[in-house]
Design a protein around this ligand. Structure first.
Ligand SMILES: [Cu+2]
Length: 135
């Protein structure tokens, strides 16, 4: 009686584990092939300093300053972390995202496509900004 019960439990556990493994193997491949936004990135980011045409600070008041900025296509937009707190700069476009914006760091993006690009720091709710790029 006890042995039969244990077999049933083991069988159920094994099939659940197999099901999870199948999902885990399949999902990443589907999502990576589905999100082909990398080929259509509206700009190019680099961690280097360089000359900035438009500057935005990320500060210890947990704000981007200015919160709205405007640049032209081809201009260098530079974010500076002027405080002592770690931030990130998260765009909808993953290709334009800096996941760990360290204190003292610079991060520069040159946009090749006009548009409106909202972004945020996901570490600090309400810390968001918008960049408008004109041609
Ligand atoms: Cu932040």
């Amino acid at each position: 009686m006890i042995d039969r019960f244990r077999l049933v439990v083991l069988g159920a556990g094994a099939s659940v584990a197999l099901g999870l493994a199948a999902c885990g193997n399949g999902a990443p491949e589907t999502s990576s092939s589905g999100s082909s936004s990398g080929g259509n990135c509206p700009g190019a980011a680099s961690a280097s300093g360089g000359t900035a045409d438009v500057k935005v600070n990320a500060n210890d008041q947990l704000q981007f300053s200015p919160s709205t900025a405007t640049a032209k296509v081809g201009q260098a937009v530079q974010w500076s972390n002027v405080g002592s707190v770690l931030h990130n700069i998260t765009f909808d476009q993953q290709c334009l995202t800096d996941g760990a914006f360290q204190p003292g760091a610079f991060w520069t993006v040159k946009f090749s496509q006009a548009g409106s690009y909202p972004y945020k720091c996901t570490i600090h709710p309400g810390m968001d900004g918008k960049l408008t790029v004109t041609s």
